[in-house]
Design a protein around this ligand. Structure first.
Ligand code: IVH
Length: 690
């Protein structure tokens, strides 16, 4: 993307984001999901990262966390309440670890993984074991004193619990640590930070109640929690039944690891999330994250990712803070169920009945942990209903949990370069005519487009099956069922498309486990090294089987020479007759096949045979064949002459060097005699060329 293009896109994104923000905050309308909104903000952030001088102060990315409200007393935090940088996907979390490793090369990194709650950050300060105040984050330095409201939350202890010596020992704390913890609980100052949240159940119950009472509904559990705490009447907070979980211990109680902060917090009376886990390396972190992509639905609270914390607290100081976020922590986010992306193209896939289905090719986007690069558009009516053009920015969601669906277009993000999609007149797969037909389905009458060639899919399927078979490209694991599925999805329309497949394309197919996707991609990769004869066989040229392919390969020695050869040249090969020669030369002349070959040659590495050239015993000689030969057909005899460097002529003249005469020779024999041209019988000729 050029800087100019980025500038235009940034402007459009800012407008779109502000528009939704206005609808939400001012008009109380939820017009777009949080996930789709975040997706737009991420794109903006990424563009601004690439072109930092395009950042303007009014950009939605420049908004600093909420200013403290006037209505509450202000509290200065003992240390800044920071925020977190986000990582989306494995690559970004790996890049984060690499950045750390660069800063502290020899450090052994282990981690503590916490579920990221979606609520309101709160700091709690205890003196002599008693809660003295609790505050919101505010602008990070100064927060609002919301003690009265926080005191209504049952999960927040008003007095800290004094753990037994034995409990602390059992948890593995040293004598010195135990002493420090106990003395702080009894007579010191302790600050913890955590998240005040509204569980999903409470959120739903409250909204049901509010609906009955005709009251305004809570937009989501996060707003439910934040709104409850930042209002003046503690009775209202109490009625909202909030919960609270600690995620860090700010005071020094001798903790050396982050996990110890959680252990201590629990022992002195706070709730910590039971699912949080120690991970010995980043691989375990990635596994932990992955395991919650589906499990997060069952959690009691909204969870939008995993907070990954470098477990060794000694490294925190070395790593420091960048901007507003500590380097030793990262929010490894779950990708939302909705996201925004661009439609690069619309192609057609063909179904078993010949029905042509438009498929949107997308700029790859992560949706619920899976990279999505295409979405079915069902039919032309759907494209019309969406008002979709090629080049549009769209919101995509995963319906059920598998098939991605385009929810809607964001037309305000158009540049004017978007293109309408038109149904082609001919089938993009077989070239057959495209027919328009009424179809009646469950949802009533609709119009469908079909390929008039009823065998379109079957023929393509058979071609591809032949292409991948043992004597051809030999791609293990690519059976008819998978090919069929790939064709239905529009992922593969001809043999060359196989080489475009990515692991993520396969993973999104039904019943396709990650492992088998990987194996298949490896098998496809392996097939790229192929002998010329197997490659020729794979092309599926009519009448060209394994044997003919070997003959062709040995005679011509390279695919380009075969592709350039005309009928005559092919027909000169001893074992290949005119029907086969015609079929071969016709195949290479067709535009469709030329394109296929060109694409295939970008991927495959062909091993050419070493040609054992025949001794050129007839080099420079012009030879005429006459009469019936006993052991050879006329074509074979011609081929023998040509393979040895001679030319075959159909008439005798003084330029003729030799006439080969079989049984009942005709006038050519007589003419040769008259001109004194050398004449030879079949047996003598075979002796000569042996
Ligand atoms: S650690 C550096 N751990 O996420 C400040 N934060 O996006 C991060 N949050 O303001 C503190 N769950 O309110 C931490 N397990 C968790 C969290 C968590 C939710 C919130 C926190 C913070 C925000 C940053």
């Amino acid at each position: 993307m050029t800087k100019q293009e980025a500038k235009q896109r940034i402007e459009k994104l800012k407008e779109e984001i502000n528009h939704h923000r206005y609808l939400y905050h001012v008009e109380d309308k939820l017009d777009i999901s949080d996930a789709a909104f975040d997706s737009l903000k991420n794109e903006l952030e990424e563009l601004e990262l690439k072109f930092p001088d395009l950042i303007t102060p009014d950009s939605p990315t420049q908004r600093v966390g909420g200013e403290p409200l006037d209505k509450f007393k202000k509290v200065e935090h003992s240390s800044p309440m920071l925020s977190l940088n986000d990582a989306f996907g494995q690559d970004e979390i790996k890049a984060w670890e690499e950045r750390i490793q660069k800063l502290i090369p020899r450090a052994k990194l282990d981690y503590f993984c916490e579920l990221k709650m979606d609520g309101l950050a709160v700091s709690l300060v205890y003196e002599n074991g008693i809660l003295v105040y609790g505050a919101t984050r505010g602008d990070g330095k100064i927060g609002e004193d919301v003690t009265q409201n926080l005191k209504t939350i049952e999960a927040i202890p008003l007095k800290l619990r004094e753990p037994a010596d034995s409990e602390l020992k059992k948890a593995g704390f040293s004598e010195a640590q135990i002493k420090k913890i106990l003395s702080a609980v009894r007579s010191g100052k302790i600050e913890v930070r955590g998240e005040a949240i509204m569980t999903k159940k409470v959120f739903e119950e409250l909204n049901k109640k509010y609906k009955k009472e005709g009251k305004a509904l809570l937009a989501n559990p996060r707003n439910g929690a934040a709104g409850s705490i930042r209002q003046l009447d503690p009775k209202i907070t109490a009625s909202r039944k909030l919960d609270f979980y600690v995620y860090s211990l700010i005071s020094d109680l001798g903790q050396e690891k982050h996990i110890e902060e959680h252990q201590i917090a629990k022992l002195i009376g706070f709730k910590t999330i039971p699912e949080n886990r120690y991970c010995k390396d980043l691989e375990e972190v990635i596994r932990f994250h992955k395991s919650f992509i589906s499990r997060r639905e069952n959690l009691l609270f909204e969870c939008d990712g995993v907070v990954v914390v470098v477990n060794n607290n000694n490294l925190h100081k070395k790593l420091g803070v960048v901007g507003k976020a500590p380097r030793w922590m990262q929010a490894y986010k779950f990708s939302g169920k909705e996201a925004t992306t661009k439609v690069k193209d619309i192609i057609l896939s063909v179904g078993r009945t010949g029905i042509l289905t438009p498929v949107a090719i997308l700029e790859p986007v992560n949706l619920s942990g899976v990279t999505i690069s295409r979405a079915t558009l069902h039919n032309l009516d759907e494209i019309k209903r969406l008002g979709l053009k090629i080049g549009d920015t769209i919101i995509i969601q995963r319906a059920g949990d598998v098939i991605p669906d385009i929810v809607r277009v964001l037309p305000k993000l158009r540049t004017g370069k978007e293109k309408e999609f038109h149904m082609p007149k001919t089938c993009p797969i077989c070239g057959g005519r495209v027919l328009k037909q009424e179809i009646s389905g469950k949802k009533g009458e609709s119009v469908g487009y079909f390929c008039a060639n009823k065998n379109c899919l079957a023929i393509s399927l058979r071609n591809i099956m032949h292409f991948v078979s043992k004597g051809a490209m030999d791609i293990e694991g690519l059976g008819p069922k998978i090919i069929d599925q790939l064709m239905q999805e529009g992922l593969v329309r001809n043999p060359a498309d196989i080489y475009d497949l990515k692991e993520r394309d396969l993973e999104s197919l039904e019943r396709f486990a990650e492992k088998s996707a990987k194996n298949l991609i490896e098998a496809i990769e392996k097939s790229k090294n192929v002998s010329l004869s197997r490659f020729l066989n794979a092309l599926g040229i009519l009448h060209v089987g394994e044997e003919t392919a070997i003959d062709l390969a040995n005679y011509f020695g390279s695919i380009n020479k075969i592709a350039e050869a005309d009928f005559e040249k092919i027909n000169a090969i001893s074992n290949i007759g005119p029907v086969v020669s015609r079929s071969i030369s016709d195949w290479f002349a067709q535009e469709k096949n030329k394109k296929l070959l060109e694409k295939l040659l970008k991927f495959v590495k062909i091993e050419n045979p070493k040609i054992l050239k025949k001794k050129q015993t007839l080099a420079g000689m012009t030879i005429v064949l006459t009469g019936e030969l006993e052991s050879l057909s006329r074509e074979q005899a011609k081929a023998i002459v040509r393979e040895r460097g001679g030319d075959v002529s159909s008439s005798v003249s003084i330029k003729t060097d030799l006439v080969v005469a079989g049984a009942e020779p005709g006038s050519k024999y007589d003419k040769a005699k008259k001109l004194g041209v050398k004449i030879m019988g079949e047996e003598e000729f075979l002796g000569l060329v042996k």
